[in-house]
Structures are given as C-alpha cells and as structure tokens.
Design a binder for this molecule. Structure first.
Ligand code: URA
Length: 178
C-alpha cells in the first residue's frame, strides 16, 4: 500500500476541502477489517477513522462483543476524505476512491470484512436493501467473510434497538473469526 501516494491523492474534489486524508489504522494482516462511510469533522482534524462520538460507540461495541481493542483490527472508510458538511459521498467520489480500498483489502487479506452502514454495505457487497433486511452475514468471497451492520450513528439516533442488533452482528463477527 503506497500510503504516501494516498496522502497526496487528488483524484476527486474532496482533496481541495479536506484537512487530512484518513487512511485507516491498525496492524497489517489483521483478521478483521472494519469499513465505514467517510471521515467526519473529528477524523478530518485528527487523521484517524472513527474517533468522534459514533466512533467511540463502535469501538466500545467491538471491544465488548468481539473482544478486540482498536490496535487489534484494521479500520478505515470507503472514502478517505471528509465530504463537506458530512454530506453522503457522491458516486464520482466513491469511484475515484475505490482503488485505495481495494488495495487495502489486497494487502490486509482479512478473514472478516465488516461493513458499517449503508454506504459501506453498498460499496463492498452491492447491498441496496434497508439495513433492517441486510444486516448480518452477506457474503463469502475467497477466504473473506462479509458482515454488514448498522452505522453507529443510527444507534446514537435510534437507541437500544439498533445497538442490540449491532451487538448480534458483532457476535457473528467473533464467531467467524474463531
Ligand atoms: N463515520 C464513518 O463512517 N467513518 C468515520 O471514520 C467516522 C464517522
């Protein structure tokens, strides 16, 4: 993975509004790779994925249900730069950024890939139905199992019902990893 090239990327317009490119964090060849949508304000400022409010919830749920700490899995987003005002990434931005994610998947070779939220579920697994229908195990391609769950922002908005579903999906991640 050519991190220097990614840090200098200008393949889409987000390069002119971002503060930091949020590459992803975690060890090389971790068994689990978590993929979210795009950096928000906290991530754009700090350069690390999932460090704002929803990130802290996701980190805690993964720790409690999968038993892994942040330095034990790789975590990134389908889009590496923050869209202005956190608007959803546009199609051209998703297409431009896609090769970076593919390269990360190739180098990481995880055994479980967890898509967090609808944007990641669509980008990784072509999921277009609601999260209510799509969550859980979606695919096995090659050696990697695919799991889809809600974005933690949905749990922050809708509360316990969504959080409990996320816990079930994360328990599945744990089972697939073992
Ligand atoms: N939401 C995401 O999808 N990714 C982040 O890194 C932060 C918030």
């Amino acid at each position: 993975m050519d991190v220097a090239a990614l840090l200098a990327c200008t393949r889409c317009g987000l390069s002119s509004t971002r503060q930091r490119v949020v590459v992803g964090t975690g060890p090389e060849r971790a068994g689990l790779m978590v993929v979210g949508e795009a950096p928000g304000r906290t991530e754009d400022e700090g350069g690390e994925p999932f460090t704002g409010r929803s990130g802290r919830l996701l980190t805690r749920l993964i720790e409690e249900e999968v038993g892994l700490l942040r330095d034990q899995y790789f975590i990134t987003n389908v889009i590496k730069c923050r869209p202005p005002l956190n608007r959803p990434p546009r199609r051209d931005e998703l297409l431009a950024c896609r090769p970076w994610l593919e390269e990360q998947l190739r180098t990481q070779r995880p055994s479980v890939v967890l898509a967090v939220g609808a944007t990641a579920a669509k980008a990784l697994y072509g999921v277009t139905t609601s999260m209510r229908e799509a969550h859980g195990r979606v695919a096995t391609n090659g050696d990697a199992h695919g799991v889809v769950t809600y974005h933690p922002a949905a749990a922050l908005r809708q509360g316990r019902i969504v959080e409990d579903v996320m816990r079930t999906d994360l328990a599945l991640v744990k089972a697939l990893l073992s």
